[in-house]
Write a protein of this length. Structure first.
Length: 620
């Protein structure tokens, strides 16, 4: 068979003047999926921009980061400085919440090129008169007529500080009274606000507060048949009293709710509401808009299933129904309804079971009008889905923290969250427990397990949360091997005695006060793990973005036994000599330790002492 002949095509491009733009700009960061999504920051926070900027030959170059508030015409400039190896850096500040745009521009710096030539000639003992004359004749302003601008305009969304830093407390208001046979009211729940505030929390998150359906209502411990007086699950939303824009009558009226929100604000607490886009069979939507739900061949509406689990008390919405546009608008209006009542934080239930496009559209539309609104994604699902929801607009995300208990698991996971590109768009919120999740570590580890998980959640993450009962070390599962609580508050009213002597409330308050006093603990990106010679001891530090306020945490991951050993301080990374002296002040106990050199001894003996939170003063 004859050998195939290569086809050669000759092509001579036009000599476009753009070909004389010699600067190359590559790898601009932060960049989320080549500019498809914005990176995340908070108001007042710097955006540090880096880029590879280089050219042929030996000419000196200059570069700037161009940035502006989205929707404005004029660009601001931040001069970039070289980091070495053709990498350049600049920063600009997001003064207010909103969206910002940025890109990078570079050009040949003729004046600097001549200055470098003069320096070289002078250093070699040569005459540089010609170059000095060239420099004198140069225009004062740099010639940027042949500058190169990066091919993309990238984006940053800046939110208010609470999107980056805050302590959350989850409470069922219906359990805030003393009578387990009836729902507490908002006025009764308001009596607990000083208690929550005294522990130093910023956000009080309420599960759904809407009317609860009666059809197929679940009984105690998730039994399929409810007994008389069983209140049902708050996530089975909708009854004759209304749906997602109504209040469960047992809790009170809208006037009562408004008074509760105002009382929380007086305690410096923000109210976060649960957004659960699903309906009970009794929801008004079922009667008025049956087309918004999926149907079986016989015409009946399908209930939710996650085999082997069945949720007969819940109907999922059909986001692809023939009337999908009306459904999407209605659900967005639900969020706007509660914003109008003063709620600007929403914890969104199972967002991964709804279309990504819905969240991208709804959150984007709401944020354009209400940049102060914060959305927390409750999606315990596969990593790529969790990440995409964060890209699509969620301010914060639940994480796998609950299931990361060994040292290697914690270090690997939090290195991913804080030291890889994921950190540009996914903000973790570390809930130590939830009404659905009571991990085996807490079931078996006793009070010490709760104490160490509190310290880890509150110091590994700038945002963290606990579900009420955590401070009381409630740890009884419904059955062996289950992560569900016995007598789960999801299905019954559970008044608590918060004054019990063994409560961890004082420790919670102490840890939250430390977080407020130390800016290093209010950011995620400064986290670094450090070596120990005992795998039951985990050690890490945090510093502010500009390297201030070093805080070191050492925790005993074994809730049963004393553990001791040595931790290694990263003195070289901190530009300190090997014999540097470190004064380590324990913010939990008030003790101060004098350490010297890299390796230093620690001993942690639960239940009295499970961790050190150390403010460091370093002396060369």
């Amino acid at each position: 068979m004859a050998k195939a002949r290569a086809l050669h095509i000759s092509y001579t491009p036009e000599l476009d003047p753009l070909l004389q733009r010699r600067i190359v700009i590559e790898d601009v960061t932060p960049d989320v999926d080549e500019g498809r999504f914005p990176a995340k920051r908070t108001a007042g926070e710097d955006v540090v921009v880096e880029a590879d900027v280089f050219t042929d030959g030996h000419d000196a170059i200059a570069a700037v980061t161009l940035w502006r508030r989205a929707g404005t015409a004029a660009w601001n400039e931040a001069r970039m400085t070289p980091l070495g190896n053709d990498r350049w850096r600049a920063a600009f500040t997001c003064a207010d919440a909103g969206e910002y745009e940025f890109t990078v521009e570079g050009w040949i710096d003729r004046a600097e090129t001549i200055r470098q030539a003069i320096a070289k000639k002078t250093g070699a003992g040569q005459d540089a008169a010609t170059e000095r004359e060239e420099l004198r004749l140069l225009p004062r302003d740099a010639d940027r007529s042949r500058s190169t601008r990066y091919g993309r305009v990238l984006r940053v969304i800046a939110e208010r500080e609470r999107a980056r830093f805050g302590a959350w407390y989850e409470m069922f208001p219906r359990s805030a009274g003393t009578d387990p046979s009836r729902s507490a009211t908002f006025d009764e729940a308001a009596a607990l606000l000083p208690y929550v505030a005294s522990m130093g929390f910023d956000v009080l998150y309420l599960p759904p507060i809407h009317p609860i359906g009666k059809s197929f209502r679940k009984g105690r411990n998730n039994t399929l048949t409810a007994e008389a007086g069983d209140p049902g699950s708050p996530w089975a939303i909708g009854a004759a009293d209304g749906g997602h824009t109504a209040i469960e009558p047992g809790l009170g009226t809208f006037a009562d709710f408004d008074r509760f929100v105002a009382a929380a604000a007086a305690q410096r607490l923000e109210i976060a509401l649960d957004i659960a886009f699903q309906a009970s069979p009794d929801h008004p939507y079922v009667k008025d808009h049956p087309e918004w739900f999926r149907h079986r061949p016989d015409g009946t509406i399908k209930y939710a299933e996650n085999p082997p689990k069945k949720y007969q008390d819940i109907y999922p919405f059909d986001f692809e129904s023939r009337d999908w546009q009306a459904l999407w608008r209605e659900l967005k209006d639900v969020i706007e309804f509660w914003i109008a009542r003063g709620v600007t934080i929403f914890r969104v239930d199972n967002p991964h079971t709804k279309p990504f496009a819905f969240w991208h559209w709804a959150i984007g539309a709401i944020r354009r009008v209400h940049p102060e609104v914060i959305f927390l994604s409750e999606a315990f699902t596969r990593p790529k889905i969790m990440r995409y929801l964060a890209k699509a607009g969620f301010s914060q995300s639940y994480t796998y923290f609950t299931w990361r208990n060994r040292k290697d698991e914690i270090e690997e996971y939090f290195t991913e969250l804080t030291q890889t590109p994921v950190r540009e768009y996914l903000r973790p919120n570390l809930f130590a427990n939830t009404p659905d999740i009571l991990h085996e570590y807490l079931q078996t580890g006793g009070r010490a397990a709760f104490a160490v998980r509190l310290v880890l959640a509150a110091t590994l993450g700038a945002s963290y949360g606990i579900y009420s009962g955590f401070e009381l070390a409630e740890n009884t599962p419904v059955k062996p091997g289950s992560e569900e609580y016995l007598d789960s508050e999801k299905y019954q009213i559970r008044p608590r005695d918060y004054s019990r002597g063994e409560t961890l409330a004082e420790l919670v308050a102490q840890v939250n006060a430390i977080r407020r006093a130390h800016p290093a603990l209010q950011f995620d990106h400064g986290l670094r793990f450090h070596e120990t010679d005992n795998d039951q001891l985990i050690c890490y530090s945090k510093r502010t973005p500009d390297g201030r306020d070093p805080v070191l945490v050492v925790a005993n991951l074994d809730p049963f036994h004393m553990q001791h050993g040595h931790v290694r301080l990263p003195l070289a990374d901190w530009d300190l000599p090997p014999g540097a002296r470190v004064e380590a002040h324990d913010l939990l106990t008030g003790e101060t330790y004098q350490w010297r050199g890299d390796w230093n001894y620690v001993r942690l003996d639960p239940p009295d002492r499970v961790a050190h939170i150390l403010a460091l003063a370093v002396h060369a």
